[in-house]
Design a binder for this molecule. Sequence first.
Ligand code: DSN
Length: 425
Amino acid sequence: MRDKLVFDLIEAEEQRQRKGLELIPSENYVSKEVLHALGSVFTNKYSEGYPNKRYYGGQVNTDKVEQLAIDRAKGLFKADHANVQPHSGATANEAVYHAWLEPGDTIMGMELSHGGHLTHGRPGTISAKLFNFVRYGIKDLETGELDYDLMRDVALKTRPKILLAGFSSFPRELDYAKFAKIADESGALLVADMSHIAGLIAGGVLANPFDYGFKIITTTTHKTLRGPRGAMILSKGLVGNPLKAVEKTVENLPTIIDRTVFPGIQGGPHMHVIAAKAVAFYEAGQDDYHEYCKQVLKNAKVLSDNLMKRGFKLITNGTDNHMLLADIKTSFGFDGSVAELTLDKIGLTLNKNVIPDDPLPPYRPSGIRLGTPAITTRGLKEEHMILIADWMHQAMKSYKDDQKLNSLANEVRDFAISFPLPSDH
Ligand code: DSN
């Protein structure tokens, strides 16, 4: 018997996605093929272990599909190894910390309000309880340049075992060569959490940290990479037998990571998700994906120029990637949660977000964060960014005027439904 309640909600969610525009920079629309793999019979299978080294029988197909995902991920990112089993970005980061560190060791990561992610040591998280986090941050809020001098000073003083490059709300490129120099001087292992921009790296439009001496990249697979919800850990080094303990050396990182993911942190891998990751990696290797990534950046640039023209104060005055961060409090006098709610009413979905050194709390922060990966997948081009900037501006000006918001909502809906969802194709 069909579960009407749940299937009605799935239908309602599809309609919501169809009738609105998705501007959350960490979201995307997957292809019909990724959805198909995700909903496949691989979900029925237990596969503890790794290809050809499993603890259960019946692995003739799972071994092949996981190996495909591994090989494709390695090819996309020029990695020596890929562990495609992490269920989420948080688990992937946790696994890397546990692979290389002992409790009490120090990790240097980005100041959280400057863009660092929760898993980069937010107080209250498991990582923050186990490890000691020290910080680097932005020096110049007008350009987004990091304070590399301070990073070096703190690194030499505190000798972190991991220097972590990565963010969930930072609209500029990082200078990986400077990270590498500081890690070299201070003896830290270079790790990049590229969750937000991995797709743009795979698509060849942003720099690859591996080209600068990084040893590990963690990433989710569902953001710019446009795959299923999940994560992976890419590494440089020798790929050994995951069933055998190895010495803790930089060369052995791939094997240490495999052993930390399973059996260290996770049990059975989600083979339906791994199959969907393999499909997404195949798609990311096609020529049209490179074009998609170029368009994501073009759209972000035009959207940011047009928002600034209309009085939105953008943190760092623009973007180098797919993401924009706007200081709503300075621009319009109310906080980011009001902006999020107002824009939700007109069918533009984005999220409230802290801005650097935000005086307001995370639940009612000063800013909003938005981006172009999903709308670019939907087929929107530069000229449409001007419309979005205009709708956002009108909504901010009329945030108390329900009639005006209703009329904007109709405009957005009529526009959005003219762009099919990728899963329609
Ligand atoms: N929630 C993700 C993001 O939006 O950046 C990171 O975990």
